[in-house]
Design a binder for this molecule. Structure first.
Ligand SMILES: [Zn+2]
Length: 240
């Protein structure tokens, strides 16, 4: 049994680790896709190749790794809603032509203390999902934070305007655009140790870059227990 990482078996919930009735999770929240695209044809770019999708139920939109019903509903509801409120607030600022964040990289509008903590849990969940998607383990600290079981926020987040948003929309003749960055392992200078696990999301003209930095013990554990995953990431130029 690992300290920070736990191997996921088929049928295990990628967040709480227990076997049970599992359900799929969207790579980009269904409500955001619907708001962005309505019933129109979707353009969503992931990894390298932009994919044109027909509906929010497309397989490119869902993670194949699964979450149990409880984790997908009550345990992550506050985080999902906090992220919704964050996104709506940022979109409003963008529409008004205002700065999205202040000098501390905090959103430039009032949010409750609870929401300000909870929206980070949403990004923690997304990293957990991407890690499971590539056959990686469950991170205990990250999944517990995602589920609201601890308040130790390990997520770094950078919010910016997606300057390409309007350009892409006009070039691809679509009203909406969304993109997720997949999973990325960032290595140290010598490309030996995984320094951080990262992903990104762009929807509605708002770009979110988020990552978690690994402590030494986690770096060692990932390197020695999940060596194949680390080698694959390295060989794919660090990008899935
Ligand atoms: Zn669960």
């Amino acid at each position: 049994m690992g300290i920070e990482f736990e191997t996921l078996n088929e049928g295990d919930c990628l967040l709480c680790g227990t076997a049970g009735s599992l359900t799929g999770e969207h790579k980009i929240k269904a409500s955001l896709l619907k708001e962005e695209f309505g019933s129109r044809k979707m353009v969503m770019a992931g990894k390298d190749v932009p994919k044109v999708l027909q509906s929010p139920r497309s397989k490119h939109v869902h993670f194949t790794a699964k979450i149990c019903r409880e984790c997908n509903s009550s345990r992550t509801q506050a985080a999902d809603r906090a992220f919704d409120r964050l996104h709506q607030g940022l979109k409003k600022l963008r529409t008004e032509g205002r700065q999205l964040t202040n000098s501390n990289n905090h959103p430039n509008f009032e949010m409750s203390t609870r929401d300000s903590a909870d929206y980070f849990r949403y990004f923690a969940k997304v990293i957990c999902c991407f890690l499971a998607e590539v056959g990686g383990p469950r991170s205990r600290s990250l999944s517990q934070f995602a589920l609201g079981l601890n308040d130790k926020n390990p997520i770094f987040l950078e919010i910016s305007k997606d300057e390409q948003y309007e350009v892409i929309r006009s070039e691809r003749k679509t009203d909406g655009f969304a993109k997720h960055g997949g999973l990325k392992f960032r290595f140290d200078d010598k490309k030996k140790w995984v320094h951080s696990i990262e992903s990104s999301l762009s929807v509605g003209g708002i770009h979110y870059e988020f990552w978690v930095q690994l402590r030494w013990l986690a770096k060692l554990e990932l390197h020695f227990r999940y060596g194949q995953l680390v080698r694959e990431a390295r060989s794919k130029l660090e990008q899935y």
